[in-house]
Ligand binder design. Structure first.
Ligand code: NAI
Length: 414
C-alpha cells in the first residue's frame, strides 16, 4: 500500500480500520491472491475503497462495481490510480449501465467474488455458467444477498462454495445491530432536521438491524412501535419494552416509519391513506420495502424540499416525506458513507479472511456455508487487541468440568 500521504478520500477511514491495516501488512508479504482475479460488488464508499486496496495489496487483480446512489466519485477517482484495481462504478450510472458493469466484471472470469446483495452471484449463474463453474468461491456480506443465495442453494443451482459472512456473530451483532442503527438514525436526522426525542417512531422488522434501531431510538427518547411478521420476534420486541402493532394501525400515529426487513413492499398501497400527517419514511433494508409508486399515485402533488427528501401531498391535506426515494438511507443520503468505519473494518476483515481461505483451496462443496467459527473469533480477538481490551482465558479445570458428560455428584456444584 502507498504511504499515508497518498490516502486522499480514504484517509479518515484508514485510521478507523486497524484490522484492514494489519491485513494489508500481512498479505503484502504472503500475497494470497497472487495471479487471482477478484470480482467485487459493494457500495463504492471510502471503506470499500480500503477493502479493494487490501485485496490488491495481497496480489489480486480487482474489478469492482457499485450502485450509483452510494458511489463516491472521489473514491472511484482514487481507485483508478491504484495498480491492479478497476473500479466500474459511477454516480450517474443508469440501471442498464450498472448491469453492463457487472457483466464486465464477470467477463474477466474472476476466481473469487466478494458480493453484496448477491448481485454478481445471481448474474454469473444466470448469464455466465462457465465462469460460475470456474469460481473458487465467494463471500456474501448482506442479509438480502443471503436470502437470494439461500433460494439458489435450495434449488441446487450454486456452482461454487459461498461463505455466509452476514451470518457471523461479528457481522450481525456489531455491523447490523450497532453500525446500521447509528448511521441510519444520523442520516435520517440530518436529512430532516427533526427531533427524535419524544417522537413516535415505527420500526418495521425486529431482526438484527431493526432491534438496533428500535433500541437506539428509545435511548434517544422516542416512543417506539415495532411491526413484525414473526411471532417470536414480536414477543422479543414486547419483552424489550416496545409497543407491537400491525403496520396499518402503527402508521396512524407515526412520526417516523423506518423499514428494516429487506422484504418487498412492507409499506404499501393499503397503508397510504392511514399515514399520519407529517410522517417521515425511510428504508434501511433495501430499495423495495416502501412502495414509492403507491405514495405517488395517492398524491396530488410532490416536491423535493431538501436534497434526499420527497414530500407527497394528498387530497385531504396530509403530507408525508420519503427519504432518498425509499433507497437504503444510510448509503444514499447526500454525504452518507454507510456504516461507520469501525464496523466496516471488522466486516471487511471477515470478508478477506473468507476469501483467503477460498484462495488457499479450502475443501468445500458448492453451496452456502457458514464461516468457520475460528475465523470469526480470530477477527474478534484482533479487534479487542486493537482496542487494547483484555478478556479472561478459560482455565483448564473449567474446560474439563464442562466437557464431562458422565454423571456428576451435583452436591459438588451446589
Ligand atoms: P433479519 O433477518 O435479522 O431481520 C429482518 C426482520 O424483518 C425479521 O425479524 C423478519 O421477521 C422481519 N420481517 C419480514 N417481513 C416483515 C414485514 N412484512 N413486516 C415486518 N417485519 C418483517 O435481517 P437484518 O440483518 O436485520 O437485515 C434487514 C435488512 O437490512 C436486510 O435487507 C439487510 O440486507 C439490510 N442491511 C442493511 C444495512 C445498511 O447498512 N443499510 C446493514 C445490514 C443489513
Amino acid at each position: 500500500m502507498s504511504n499515508a500521504t497518498d490516502w486522499g478520500p480514504l484517509g479518515a477511514v484508514r485510521k478507523q480500520s486497524p484490522l484492514l491495516r494489519a491485513a494489508a501488512d500481512r498479505y503484502r508479504e504472503t500475497t494470497p491472491f497472487e495471479n487471482l482475479t477478484v470480482g467485487v460488488s459493494a457500495p463504492m464508499t471510502p471503506h470499500t475503497g480500503l477493502f479493494l486496496d487490501v485485496l490488491a495489496t495481497g496480489g489480486a487483480k480487482v474489478l469492482a462495481t457499485g450502485e450509483a446512489g452510494s458511489t463516491h466519485a472521489a473514491v472511484v477517482e482514487w481507485l483508478q490510480e491504484r495498480p491492479r484495481i478497476t473500479p466500474l462504478a459511477a454516480t450517474e450510472h443508469s440501471r442498464h449501465e450498472r448491469r453492463d458493469a457487472r457483466r464486465e466484471v464477470l467477463a474477466a472470469e474472476p476466481d473469487l467474488i466478494a458480493d453484496d446483495g448477491a448481485n454478481l452471484l445471481s448474474l454469473v449463474h444466470d448469464e455466465f455458467p462457465d465462469v460460475a463453474e470456474g469460481l473458487r468461491g465467494a463471500c456474501e456480506q448482506t442479509t438480502g444477498g443471503i436470502t437470494r443465495l439461500q433460494a439458489m442453494d435450495n434449488q441446487d443451482v450454486l456452482a461454487c462454495p459461498v461463505y455466509d459472512v452476514n451470518g457471523t456473530p461479528m457481522k450481525q451483532h456489531f455491523d447490523n445491530v450497532h453500525g446500521t442503527a447509528e448511521s441510519s438514525l444520523s442520516a435520517i436526522t440530518s436529512l430532516t432536521d427533526t427531533l427524535l426525542a419524544g417522537s413516535v417512531a415505527v420500526v418495521a422488522g425486529y431482526g438484527h438491524c431493526g432491534r438496533g434501531i428500535a433500541r437506539k431510538l428509545r435511548a434517544l427518547g422516542a416512543r417506539t412501535v415495532v411491526t413484525e411478521v414473526d411471532p417470536r420476534k414480536a414477543l422479543e420486541a414486547l419483552a424489550d419494552g416496545h409497543d407491537v402493532r400491525p403496520m396499518a394501525e402503527a402508521v396512524t400515529e407515526a412520526e417516523f416509519v423506518i423499514t428494516a426487513t429487506g422484504r418487498y413492499q412492507v409499506l404499501r398501497d393499503e397503508h397510504v391513506d392511514a399515514l399520519a400527517d407529517g410522517t417521515v419514511i425511510a428504508s434501511i433494508g433495501s430499495a423495495v420495502e416502501v412502495d414509492r409508486e403507491a405514495l405517488a399515485s395517492h398524491a396530488t402533488d410532490s416536491d423535493q424540499p431538501r436534497p434526499g427528501t420527497t414530500r407527497y401531498r394528498f387530497p385531504d391535506g396530509r403530507e408525508v416525506t420519503l427519504l432518498t426515494d425509499g433507497k437504503v438511507v444510510n448509503l444514499t443520503a447526500p454525504n452518507s458513507t454507510g456504516n461507520p468505519g469501525e464496523v466496516m473494518d471488522t466486516t471487511f476483515a471477515m470478508m478477506i479472511r473468507g476469501l483467503v481461505a477460498l484462495a488457499d483451496g479450502v475443501s468445500l462443496e458448492p453451496g452456502l456455508h457458514p464461516v468457520p467459527d475460528d475465523l470469526d473469533r480470530a477477527v474478534a480477538h484482533e479487534k479487542l487487541a486493537a482496542m487494547a481490551v483484555e478478556i479472561d482465558d478459560i482455565p483448564d479445570k473449567q474446560r474439563a468440568f464442562h466437557s464431562e458428560w458422565a454423571f456428576h455428584d451435583s452436591s459438588a456444584v451446589e
